[in-house]
Write a new protein. Structure first.
Length: 169
């Protein structure tokens, strides 16, 4: 992890970073991306959700900046927003946030990201670990493991088999 870089929110919103990073209270935070299983899982999720977007009335946004508070912007691996949402930086809670874990993720940082999402009003977060082939759903009322191998979201009504979004061995 590199040394923290301080920038204004305006500068962050008007700058492209490769890869994109989170903005937390004036500090840029690098995200763990780019490993094969993470990338493939993210791609499978995007493909599956894109096939359902018109039918269920949402937009699929990979690597989307979401302003979760006045001083924080988090980048979702994948999120779903209502069809009418055309913001360049999402300002309203996504319908679904998908977090794909990387082997380098630290649980404290992942928890901080996801707590920001919950505080913003995100109702459903899928957390997928393609390295252990496990997944969880986080809602305001708590965390549950997808022990039956199915990820669920109430609005939009989705049921996704974990096996459909994990890379083949």
């Amino acid at each position: 992890m590199a040394t923290a870089t301080r920038v204004s929110l305006e500068e962050y919103l008007n700058t492209s970073y490769e890869p994109d990073c989170d903005y937390v209270d004036g500090v840029l935070e690098e995200r763990n991306v780019g490993k094969s299983r993470h990338s493939e899982t993210q791609g499978l999720i995007i493909g599956l959700l894109l096939a359902l977007r018109r039918q269920l009335g949402f937009r699929v946004k990979p690597e989307q900046r979401v302003q979760v508070s006045p001083t924080r912007v988090r980048v979702a691996d994948v999120c779903l927003v209502p069809r009418e949402d055309r913001d360049e930086v999402t300002q309203r809670p996504p319908l679904l946030w998908v977090e794909v874990l990387s082997p380098d993720d630290r649980m404290s940082r992942v928890q901080a990201r996801l707590q920001d999402c919950l505080r913003m009003g995100v109702e459903t977060i899928w957390i997928i670990d393609p390295y252990s082939n496990t997944a969880w759903t986080l809602k305001p009322e708590g965390l549950t493991q997808a022990e039956d191998g199915v990820l669920r979201c109430a609005d939009p009504a989705l049921e996704v088999k974990l096996s459909d979004v994990l890379p083949e061995e």
